[in-house]
Design a protein around this ligand. Sequence first.
Ligand code: TXA
Ligand code: MG
Length: 318
Amino acid sequence: MKTKIFKLNQIRRAAEVIKNGELVAFPTETVYGLGANVFNQDAIKKIFVAKGRPLDNPLIVHISKKEQLYRIAKIKPSREKIIEKLVDEFWPGPLAIILQKKETVPEEVTAGLNTIAIRMPNNKTALRLIDYSENPIAAPSANLSGKPSGTCFEHVFDDFNGKIAGIIKSKPCKIGIESTVIDLTTKTPVLLRPGGTDFEKLKKTLPDLVLASDKKVKRAKSPGMKYRHYSPKAKIILFEKSALSQIENYKNKLESQNKSVKVISPEKIVDFPGKLFRIFRKCDEEKIDYILISSIEERGIGLAVMNRLRKSASKIVK
Ligand code: TXA
Ligand code: MG
């Protein structure tokens, strides 16, 4: 398949491709998404094929107007006020909320679940694409399954050229790490995936929000979180508590075995979390064998960065 590269003044044409049941990768403020019309079952199936994504991992649905929320989700009157408050405060932005789904949404989108993850991205190109295609767009991160999320055009092109109908060429994604996912279908709201919206900020609007890792949470239900994720070809060794001297020793040992090693300081990532996935992909280009990285405090964006590091690590040194 020939992949058409759309410029920023060709979003209407990209939307025509979505309307015709094909896939278009598009920028958001977090990472690139691989989009299809949410109501077109065949188009949704193409997402899973193109990514090599397990069929039990549901997609996030992107909307451009608040009214669209009511087209795809059922909202209990008792919850309406808090949901409205949340979306008014955090949308458009890097927050996906899980609600009960409406029957009109094909079950392929939600991998058979009766719940649906929805967000309004804070990116003009994404919002226009949704508007012009006249329906919400289901989109996982635009990367081959298991690989680091695509945060710029080149990453997406590397993974999908020849496999999808189109890619919108834009600047690198502003945040560079995926959205925060919260589940509002349970009695106590649960943060399933830390991301671009800080837990601490959400707590101010949703004081009873808990982390999925919290001992009080019996069963976290984000199917995607059980898979190993975000991994470059290099093996990542995460040092949870080690001193820099220990990391240096580790490096020397590996180098004496003729391995190429890169040591990354995570402080740099906190300034711009998108660096994380970029560094991973760059290490692949440079054929690095091992990435050694130390931990950062799990506060603000640090919570999301540590989550991605743990998921991508081959080994965690405690
Ligand atoms: O920032 C983002 O969220 C990006 C951009 C493109 O919007 N999208 C993204 O999608 O990261 P994806 O598919 O890579 O990750 C979606 C996560 C997965 O862990 C999935 O299991 C979870 O959200 N998820 C989606 N629907 C769910 C549902 N109904 N219940 C529980 N978890 C759900
Ligand atoms: Mg993903």
